[in-house]
Structure formats: structure tokens, C-alpha cells
Write a protein that binds this ligand. Structure first.
Ligand code: OFO
Length: 170
């Protein structure tokens, strides 16, 4: 059985992962509107991964006999002042989510809940990857995004991103 505190943190995280998907789709909406289909595509795949995370955590709770209760998904209400703004917001959001995942891991560790720690090792690593991916994209944008040809090439590169299903086995 999972400790109540650990179960609640994971349950809340399910909603946050769905919010992450919603936020990234909002970024995609913005880029579609700006004519940047590659940037939109990149965030649509990102959103798919976030939905996967939510579903994995949901299944993990259910496998451990925890009743999952969905929370309210907040409205993404950001105003994007320029093309770089969603990239910066994405990095900040990933850093925030890393803090949430670390909190779950820390609570599991306090409870000597080795099963949850084992499962969340994957999410800890995944957050490292996601911070790097969006951080790298932000760097590229800063280098090439202000030149129309550079922006076009970057947009084309982002169109090639391929969705990969999560490797975590519960
Ligand atoms: Fe859910 O992986 Fe980042 O946020």
C-alpha cells in the first residue's frame, strides 16, 4: 500500500501532467497562428508525451489500489509577446515539474517506499531529458531565430520530430 501522502502527490501530479499537455497544445496553437508549423508540431509531440506521463501515473496508482481523482485543469492564460516567449515558458514549466517530481521521490524515500522510488527514477531521468530538450531549443532559437532563413530552417528541423512511446514498464 502506498502512504497517503505519496498517493496524494502522485494523484495531483496526474492533473499537472494533463495541464502540461494542455499548456503545450496552447503553445502549438500560438505557433500555428504565427505560421510556424514545425514549432507547433514539436509542442504537439511534447503534449502527447505529457498525456503519456499522466496515464502512466494513473495506471501506477490503480495498480496499487489507489482510487484516482482528477483535479481541475487550469486554463493556460499566457500572453506570448514574441516567438521566444513560449520556449522560455516551456523551460520554466519543465523546471517547475522537475521540482514536483523530486517532491514525490523525496516523499517516497521518507516512507521507504522503494516501489515508488523505482518507478519515479524514470520520471526523474525523463525530466532531465525534457529540460535539456527545451533548453537546447531555446539556445537554437536565440542563435538562429532572429534571421528569417535561420527561423525557416529551424522550423523545418522541428517538423521532423517523431513521437516515441514511453519506455517505462509498470
Ligand atoms: Fe511530464 O514530463 Fe516534463 O513536464
Amino acid at each position: 500500500m502506498l502512504a497517503k501522502k505519496v498517493a496524494k502527490l502522485i494523484n495531483d501530479q496526474v492533473t499537472l501532467e494533463f495541464y502540461s499537455a494542455y499548456l503545450y497544445l496552447d503553445f502549438a496553437n500560438y505557433y500555428i497562428d504565427e505560421g510556424l508549423d514545425g514549432f507547433a508540431h514539436w509542442f504537439e509531440i511534447q503534449a502527447q508525451e505529457e498525456r503519456d506521463h499522466a496515464m502512466l501515473m494513473r495506471t501506477y496508482l490503480q495498480n496499487n489500489d489507489v482510487r484516482v481523482v482528477f483535479g481541475t485543469i487550469d486554463k493556460p492564460d499566457q500572453e506570448y509577446k514574441d516567438l521566444k516567449a513560449p520556449l522560455k515558458a516551456a523551460l520554466e514549466h519543465e523546471q517547475f515539474i522537475t521540482g514536483c517530481i523530486n517532491k514525490i521521490y523525496g516523499a517516497a524515500s521518507d516512507e521507504k517506499d522503494y516501489r515508488t522510488m523505482e518507478c519515479f527514477n524514470w520520471f526523474v531521468k525523463e525530466q532531465g531529458e525534457e529540460e535539456k530538450n527545451v533548453g537546447d531549443l531555446l539556445k537554437k532559437f536565440k542563435l538562429f531565430g532572429n534571421d528569417p532563413k535561420g527561423l525557416y530552417a529551424l522550423n523545418q528541423e522541428l517538423l521532423t520530430r517523431v513521437y516515441a512511446a514511453p519506455t517505462l514498464v509498470l
